[in-house]
Ligand binder design. Structure first.
Ligand code: SAH
Length: 478
């Protein structure tokens, strides 16, 4: 096929869809152009940026006909920031798109038949409307912010700048790059996290602290991580440093404690490797506790610096309740919770099950999980550290027979060996919690072919204004 557009052409394009990254999908003479910021149903004028054989990219110039779903993005830095992708889309329209995105993946990749609307007795998969938030702002409990240096404005005429003339910034990576842009407030972040980041930045500037430079591997401060318990109000600050020593460390502690009263834990994590992995292996307490506590649906959790904990606690409760409902427990069942993190879903399940076995690859998270079971006096949950695909086959050999298996894998989905083990263990139900519709659909197909039927799917909006889609799925044995 010949390519009908070339670089720098101005074209008028009809937008027919939205990619999983939130770009508008345009058609110009049958040729596909991806256009950031354009919405389905719109007609836009755009300038072609890049052309490949099958598709290209174009920059939105003007809205010829705007979608009724278009809203003004409230965040002043939305256009530069890579954090949100759908702030120009009405919230209800986002929820509809997220449901449809799940449906599309189930149909295309999973080869599943999805019922129209709420379905009926057709045997087709029911995909419910996404559960949204009443107030979809300031929902995040965790900020993970890179630190950098930029030349101070108004410097020497020759443009030269010594380290002293550089200014510490903390913010976000500009869309598609590693350039750090300074930020004071994030509209999806709990305000305490914004305050923590601002204070760390202020102290760093006063003390002349250097930021880590990815190119040279020099400089001290790499990231600041802030996490706040929505119910407890307790907050943790983690300074990720390229080296052991933090100059005037007492000043940092004192200032953070003075300005942010909820802080109960100040921690240093040392990461001296040249990598974009945020955390290193060494974590030490500078002041206070090594964990913060938070509560979900009446269960208390201790959360340490490196443990995974869902970032939207309000929606997490919705998600976990749905997972427990789908597990269909009566009080006597044996349940396996694979990819259990700090045991959050495990403990929700344990309240209604006979016995729960949780498995997770990060050893610190398993320590947290055990501590959390004890904290809540839940005696029927046990945890083991290791890869789910290794530990669960061993459990099978040891004679553990689950009635229900819950999986909540990372974006890449379940390991194939784990899916095979699930099929071999033949539980009545499989409950799949997924943050990635495409790997979800792939895995459901494997389980369908092995004798399971997908009954219903509940998308839950854990990440408003972003393209991320979370869902929980019930499968039963045929
Ligand atoms: N269910 C938990 C955690 C979900 S995130 C919650 O809701 O909080 C996915 C978890 O899987 C992470 O904690 C990650 O460390 C863990 N993980 C990743 N690969 C794994 C593997 N192969 N086996 C077990 N756990 C794994």
């Amino acid at each position: 096929m010949s390519v009908p557009v070339s670089k720098n052409d101005e074209v008028v394009v009809d937008i027919v869809g939205l990619t999983h990254e939130g770009e508008g999908v345009g058609r110009a003479d049958g040729f596909t152009l991806f256009i950031q910021g354009a919405l389905p149903g719109e007609r836009v004028r755009a300038r072609v940026l890049k052309v490949k054989k099958q598709y290209g990219y174009a920059k939105l110039q003007e809205l010829v006909a705007a979608s009724p779903d278009r809203v003004e993005a409230p965040c002043p830095i939305y256009m530069q920031c890579g954090g949100c992708q759908l702030q120009h889309m009405d919230y209800d329209a986002q929820l509809r798109w997220k449901r449809q995105h799940v449906v599309d993946n189930l149909e295309r990749i999973g080869k599943l038949r999805v019922a129209a609307g709420e379905g009926g007795d057709s045997g087709d998969v029911i995909v419910h409307p996404a559960i949204g938030m009443d107030k979809p702002w300031h929902y995040r409990n965790k900020a993970q912010v890179p630190i950098g240096m930029v030349p101070e404005a108004g410097r020497a005429a020759d443009g030269s700048a010594s380290v002293r003339d550089m200014r510490l910034v903390a913010g976000f990576y500009a869309r598609g790059s590693h350039r750090i842009i300074d930020m004071d407030q994030c509209l999806i972040q709990h305000s305490v996290n914004d305050e923590i980041v601002a204070e760390v930045k202020a102290v760093g500037r006063e003390l002349g602290i250097t930021a880590y430079d990815e190119e040279t591997g020099r400089g001290l401060l790499r990231h600041v991580m802030a996490r706040v318990g929505f119910v407890s109000g307790e907050a943790m600050v983690v300074l990720v440093t390229n080296g052991q020593r933090i100059p005037q460390v007492e000043r940092w502690v004192e200032r953070i404690r003075e300005t942010i009263p909820g802080v109960t834990s100040i921690v240093q994590n040392v990461n001296t490797r040249k990598t974009n992995v945020i955390f290193g292996d060494e974590t030490r307490v500078l002041w206070g506790s090594d964990v913060i506590y938070d509560e979900l649906d009446g269960i208390r959790f201790a959360i340490s610096a490196r443990s995974f904990y869902q970032v939207n606690p309000v929606q997490t409760v919705e998600l976990y309740r749905k997972a427990v409902e789908y597990a269909g427990l009566t009080g006597s069942e044996t349940v396996i919770d694979a990819y259990c993190g700090i045991g959050t879903i495990s403990l929700f399940l344990a309240r209604q099950a006979g016995r729960v076995y949780g498995v997770e690859i990060v050893p610190e998270a398993i320590e947290d999980a055990r501590r959390n079971a004890a904290l809540n006096e839940i005696g029927n949950a046990e945890f083991e550290a290791g890869p789910a695909e290794v530990v669960i086959p061993r459990w099978r050999q040891e004679g553990i027979v689950p009635d229900v298996i819950v999986v909540d894998p990372p974006r890449k989905g379940c390991d194939e060996a784990l899916l095979e083990t699930i099929l071999a263990m033949r539980p009545e139900r499989v409950v799949y919690v997924s943050c990635n519709p495409s790997t979800l659909a792939r895995d459901l197909r494997v389980l369908e072919d092995g004798g399971y039927r997908t009954v219903e799917v509940q998308p839950v909006d854990m990440f408003p204004w972003t393209v991320h889609v979370e869902s929980v799925i019930l499968m039963v044995r045929k």
